[in-house]
Write a protein that binds this ligand. Structure first.
Ligand code: FES
Ligand SMILES: [Fe+2]
Length: 374
């Protein structure tokens, strides 16, 4: 794990139980490695949690992810060649199986029993997920994704791959905080300030955190979420919107409009997927799923357009905060306000997960040292 030997920099939160941009990345988790369409017969490199990974697809369509580093002289395998399903290193021609074993060495008969790391992958709908811990420990039951992509009751609009110049927790905290909508997204989302003033209900359950605002019959406050052809201004309804932090790699946003007359509920998800690239940058994927206006392509385009613009604003804010946090030398301790509750709980969960991994690694190192002494 890269967390070993890393010196954790001084926290600016003033609280030892809160993760921040210096907290070691969490490996024993599922993250989105890429869009399904990014896994092709071309070798592609992506840094994920500070590891260079080569991704591609086998001839039968199965996605593959391997350590992108030849065990011989560290030549990048994505600059090499696919021979059938296997990679032949572009430097001295060592060939690797799809699970990372050396299966041919041109200059000798014997193949060293050296293996490059292979990663467990799961393809669901528009994404391929990667388990960044040991492949044997990958447990698909822990994968937080919703399984709605093939369900005809839903329409899904998928965003492009985004690169963010900032630590993933800055984005996660942004997503836990609906109070920034009328300010950072003043023009894009046309949110009323009164919306941010509706009390936020926040609850942590295990390693997940849910937050939402609940309103009744206040169409003016929530109409910015819906297309212009939907109008509940003269109807009774309840509205719940918010999100659930499900893992360091995923936050599921949602909105539910429940009409009092028993008509069908309008339900949507705005799901966010954050995959650390390095300590100071991340990949960002998203999709929006809705159970209404299913075949309305104009709405798809409108949704895609305004969400993309909004997320550009979040990306810019994240980059600016990352720069300030790392370059400004004022004595600084961040302060908290009422709207930070969900983000603070999320950061507590991540710190707990990161500490548990560091602890586990320390114990593993001690065991290895003991074995060497025997
Ligand atoms: S560096 Fe790959 S075979 Fe030598
Ligand atoms: Fe935002």
């Amino acid at each position: 794990m890269t967390s070993i030997g890393m010196t954790e920099q001084k926290s600016y939160s003033g609280r030892a139980n809160l993760a921040d941009i210096h907290t070691p990345l969490v490996y024993n988790q599922w993250y989105v490695a890429g869009l399904a369409e990014e896994f092709t017969r071309e070798l592609r490199e992506r840094f994920i949690l500070e590891r260079s990974i080569v991704m591609y697809r086998k001839q039968d369509g199965t996605p593959v992810a391997l350590q992108n580093r030849c065990a011989h002289r560290s030549y990048p395998l994505h600059k090499s060649k696919l021979e059938g399903d296997e990679i032949r290193c572009g430097y001295h021609g060592i060939k690797y199986s799809t699970t990372g074993e050396i299966i041919e060495v041109p200059s000798q008969e014997m193949c060293p029993k050296v293996k490059i790391k292979n990663y467990a992958l799961v393809e669901i709908g528009p994404f391929v997920w990667i388990w960044m811990g040991e492949a044997e420990a990958a447990n698909e039951d822990l994968l937080p994704e919703l399984r709605i992509h093939d369900d005809p009751a839903w329409t899904v609009v998928v965003g492009e791959h985004n690169h963010v110049d900032g630590n993933y927790l800055l984005m996660q905290e942004n997503l836990c905080d609906l109070s920034h909508l009328p300010y950072l997204h003043e023009k894009t989302f046309a949110t009323r300030k009164e919306y941010a003033e509706v009390p936020l209900q926040v609850a942590r359950e295990g390693d997940t955190v849910d937050y939402h605002r609940h309103t009744k019959n206040q169409w003016d406050l929530v109409k910015f979420i819906y297309p212009p052809f939907i109008d509940y201004s003269d109807q009774d309804f309840e509205h719940r919107s918010g999100g659930t932090f499900l893992s360091p790699g995923m936050l599921m946003g949602y909105g539910k409009l429940t009409p009092s007359n028993g008509n069908a509920q309008l339900h949507h998800h705005v799901n966010h997927y954050l995959t650390p690239e390095h300590q100071d940058s991340c990949h960002y994927f998203w999709y929006v799923a809705r159970n209404y206006a299913l075949d309305n392509e104009e709405f798809d385009d409108r949704f895609r357009g305004f969400i993309t613009t909004g997320f550009e604003e979040d990306k810019t804010a994240t980059r600016l905060m990352q720069e300030m946090l790392t370059k400004d030398r004022h004595v600084f301790r961040e302060m908290n306000v009422a709207g930070d509750k969900a983000g603070t709980l999320m950061r507590m969960v991540v710190k707990k997960l990161a500490d548990a991994e560091t602890q586990e690694m320390t114990l593993e190192c001690l065991d290895t040292a003991k074995q060497h002494q025997q």
